[in-house]
Ligand binder design. Structure first.
Ligand code: FES
Length: 86
């Protein structure tokens, strides 16, 4: 499916560009020419960027919680005391 008719850019090209590190419509515009003429594709490109971000967030493990780390350190738990190390 074409995302941008003016620049003949497909959804597959947009997704590949996002997977290679592009993270905004501006980046897609610079790399592929999306939304650089009539800009009717800008909304569709924006939605693809948002979907990609959400997918990345689901795949990225949560950052270490400083509060949990502080509690673990204050208790000085070790694996021998039943503290599970994963
Ligand atoms: S459809 Fe993308 S710039 Fe016109």
């Amino acid at each position: 499916m074409y995302v941008c008719i003016c620049a003949a850019v497909t959804e597959k090209q947009v997704l590949q560009t996002l997977a290679c590190g592009a993270c905004s419509v501006k980046a897609l515009q610079q790399k592929l020419g999306v939304a650089s003429r009539c800009a009717k594709c800008a909304r569709c490109a924006h939605e693809l960027v948002q979907q990609h971000r959400q997918k990345q967030q689901r795949l990225t493990p949560p950052a270490a919680n400083d509060d949990v780390i502080a509690v673990e350190q204050s208790l000085a738990l070790t694996p021998a005391e039943g503290f599970a190390v994963s």
